[in-house]
Structure formats: C-alpha cells, structure tokens
Design a protein around this ligand. Sequence first.
Ligand code: AGP
Length: 612
Amino acid sequence: MCGIVGYIGFRPAQPILLNGLKSLEYRGYDSSGIATILSNKNSISIRKSPGKIIALDNILKKKPLSGTIGIAHTRWATHGAPTQENAHPHLDCQSEIAVVHNGIIENYVSLKAELIKEGHQFVSQTDTEVIVHLIEKFFKNNSLEEAIRKTIARLEGSFAISVISSKEPGVLIGARMGSPLIVGVGKGENFLASDAPAILDSTRDIIFLNEKEIVVLTKDKVRVTDFSGKEIPKTPSKINWDVESAQKAGYPHFMLKEINEQPKNLENFLKARINKETNRIAFQEQNIPEETLKNITNISVVACGTAYHAGFVGKYIIESLCAIPVAVDVSSEFRYRDLLIDKNTLVVAISQSGETADTLAGVKEAKRRGASVLAICNVLGSTLTREADGVIYTHAGPEIGVASTKAYTAQLAALYIFAFYLAEIRKILPQEQINKYISQLRLIPHLQQEVLKDQQSIADLAHKHSHFGSFLYLGRNINYPSALEGALKLKEISYIPAEGYAAGEMKHGPIALIDEYRAVVCIACESKVYEKMVSNLQEIKARKGKIITIATQGDEKIREHTEEVIYVPKCNELFSPLVVALPLQLIAYHVAVKRGCDVDQPRNLAKSVTVE
Ligand code: AGP
C-alpha cells in the first residue's frame, strides 16, 4: 500500500504535494519522492529519498522544486528494497515522463525484459518502472492519454497511477485498477490522491474513481473515461471528514479498518502468488533452492506473539499437506534452547515487522547451526528479510494498529501457499488435489466478507460480555492456535485476563475455573473434532459458564449447548483459521472499545519489540 498525490493548478505544487504525502504516511513510509514540471523550462525536476517523509522534506528545504504541476509518492516497498533508486516517481529514458504507482504489476518481469530488448534503460528493481517505459514507448506516436491507455492494456495486476510529462505540461493523468484513486476538484486547480486526507486542506469536493477508469485533469477541467476511452460523467461528492478520520477511511480506529481490509488483501495476495490459469505458485523472493526444500527432513517455526500463533496454524497445515514434522517455538525460548536443528532443517521465521529482537536472534542461531531460513514478513528490506535465505512477503500493507490483525491472516495465507508449493515439489500431493485446495482457498475472501457483514451483531454480543473479569478461549486441532490468538487479541487491547487453551485439556485443570463469572469463547465449527467440542460445551454449560460459540452457518444443534452463537460460513476446516480469525478480532475490538481502551495504541505495548 503506498500513497500517491498529484496537483495541477496555479499554486506552487511542492508544498501541496509534500503536505499531502505527510497525511498519507500511514499508507507507507520507507521512501518518498516528488516530481514537478518546471514551467519556465518545460522539463521535469525530481527529488527522492529513502526513509520517512521528513528526509524528503529536508532535501526540499535545501533544493526546492518550482512548478505548478507535480506528482508525489510515499512508498511501502513490495518489489525492490526501500532505496533512493527504488523510490517513486520513476522517469523514462529521456526524463520527459514521470510516474507514481500504488499496487503490484504481476507481469513486470516479462515486460521489463521486452523493454530492455527494445533499448530501454532501467535504474531500479521496482515493478513500477515498466509502466513509465511502456508509456515512453507508446508516447512516440500518440498523445499522453493514448500512450497511457495502450500501456494499461499491457499491465496485469493492480495499479493506481499518476502521470505527468514535460511534453504535455498542461495535463495530469490518473488511472486505477485494484488500488484506490480519487480526484479533488478545486477552482482553477485539481488534485489526485490515493486517499482523501491528502487533499482535504484544499478541497472537499471529491470524485471517487471506479475500477478501470482514467482521469485527465487540466487546471480547469476533469474528464473521466473508461479504459476504452468512453467518457463517463461524474459528479463530485462533498467529504465532511476531518483528516484523521479520513486516514482511517471513516473507521473509528486503524484496527477496525485493518480488520476490514483482510478480504481484499487475501484476494490480492492469492492473485499475485497463484497463476489464475495454471495454478502455478510464484514466489519472487523465495531464493531457497528447490533441491534444498526437497531434502529437508524437518521444519522449525520461530516467531513471537501473533506471528507465533500463525506459525502454530502453519504446523497443522504443513504436517497435513506435506508430511514433514514441524516444531513451533516462541523466539525467546528457541534462541536459548539446545536446538536439534541442522542443515536438514528449514527454519521458518515469521514476523510482521521483521525487526523483532528475539526472532532475529533465533534466526542467527539457526544459521549458525547450518539450517536454511525462510522469512515470512510484511516489511520489505527489514532486518529479518536480509538475514534470511529466502523471503515470502505478505504484502498486507502497513499495519498501524499495534494489535496485529491483517498481518496475521496474511501470514496464514503465505503458509498455505508455501505448503502447496512444498507438497508439489516434494510430490506429496497430486496437482489435482492442490488445484482443489487452491479453488477452496480462493473462496475464502468472499467468506470473510460474509462474516464482516455481521459486524453489528458481533459488536452487540461483545458489548454484552465486556463486563466479564476473565475469558477462556477454547479450540481444537487447527483452531487451537486460533483460540490462542483470540485470547491474545482480547488481553492486549482490553487488558482483560484471557487464556487460550486446547479444549481437550479442560479436564486437566481449566474446568476448575468455570462458573457464572467466566466467559468462555469456543470455536466449534464443523470439523473432525466437532462432537468433542460439543462435549466441552456441555461440560461448561453444566457449570454455568457464559459461552460464546463460533459455529458453522446452518448448525442449529449447537444452540442447545450455548447462550450465544456467532455463525461463520461453511468451508474446508483446513482453511477455517482464516475465517474464524475475524469474529475473534471483532470480539476483542468491540470489548475494548466498550471498556474505553486505546485500541490502536494499547498501554505498555509497542508495534515492534526490537529489544529482548
Ligand atoms: C500482536 O497483536 C502483538 N502486537 C505482538 O504479539 C506481535 O505479534 C509480536 O510482537 C511479533 O511481532 P512481529 O510479527 O513484528 O515479529
């Protein structure tokens, strides 16, 4: 997820673009840049910098940009580390065209090879750079708008782009497919942005572009067409949000916004990793040789907190699909244990931030013992990704809420895809079985969306139970880690003692806790252990425990054993952690809100624990 801003009008572009970037920093902050057209010279000038936007600001203080037309970008790296060269905007060979982009161009490797063969010079490792060279290629015999239209026809993947050219200095052009882009309508000036916060200081008249639309802006005119060129009339909407609520896209907290981003993120992740025709799985940065992966005899997962719970689900996934034993450790234990790992071990290090001290220390220890290390990480260029032998990026975009939600389900998605890949190369599963699993996994974003339609009833139920002094979360098999994660979500944002437990362990102690003052959240979806969960429900009900059950839509029988039911759509139990995660996140969120807690910045917590 990146932030884009564009301006065309009568005022100096630089301050408008820079302020716009600052209000979009939550969309990405590993590098940034601005390009403007210098009206007196009809040429493009550019300033870029790795690091946060303050670094760009400092450069501009020393070397400001003039011009009343420009584009700007704050990056969340997906392809190519967060360096000066990889920062946007990107220029064509003649520095007459500048482009900023948010999204992922899935066919950039083949496009880049084609353009290099045609003589184009590339300076970055990004997917974005192919866009500006394609425009350059088509610009030779077309208008800028036509060149962009022809370029778009060659792109596969998701994009929101903004383009200027010193050869047509009177226009600013934007286009979108799969990533957001809006138009700000002013008087004698117009704007482009990924999100409203970037332009609310200048205008509240906004046009939200739809999928597959192109907008051509002059300082006095806005013209929107579809990708074929057919004009589409648009009427601006008046936005009354303040900047802060606009950054949360109208949600009260980043955490709720991020919970709601999960279906789209999962859909985009699957599209980017699995070829829609052949089901071939592609990991661009997974550099561990196939031979090595074929020969490993065991896997050891190392992670902390929510990432550990994702890795624990990964144990069930990989052992079931790949027939390889998987050990799972919290990093702080892993790093000090007498590890039985060696060159035949694949260590999978999972981390949203890629900067967690214990996980980094675990990886160092693993490498010292000769193991191969695969990182599953959300931050490109983070320390973990540089220490690991191979990386699978989760592309969940910046996760602002301290309590991890979208990064968790993105980690699960990466584990499912990696398990399919391992099962394929180790010939554990026939392709048709993998194809079946892939088809089922492709349905999950829709099922997650169905759960999100039920948010109000989950909120009501959470509010009703927000007074309880302690919670017990129970699950079995692949949803035992889901119970652990549900308990962590609740405790870290509501400060209520909450414990996740394997339901089968009830008789071995926890049942002593059950009385009418204890809330118990049970994950009892349709599964091979469903009847066992029903027995647990009966035990709890007999002792007056207050039960909230997560069950499969259509299961009326479960109502005999529980006060409250949150229904989730039916799916293969192998993928159920991706679905049950959402009600568990929403229960925690709404209990914490009801208790007046600081949901996005809970007390005592940091987003990334970079110390031991
Ligand atoms: C999750 O909600 C917590 N904020 C925390 O447990 C987190 O998962 C843990 O600190 C690991 O962080 P990482 O994924 O960045 O390594």
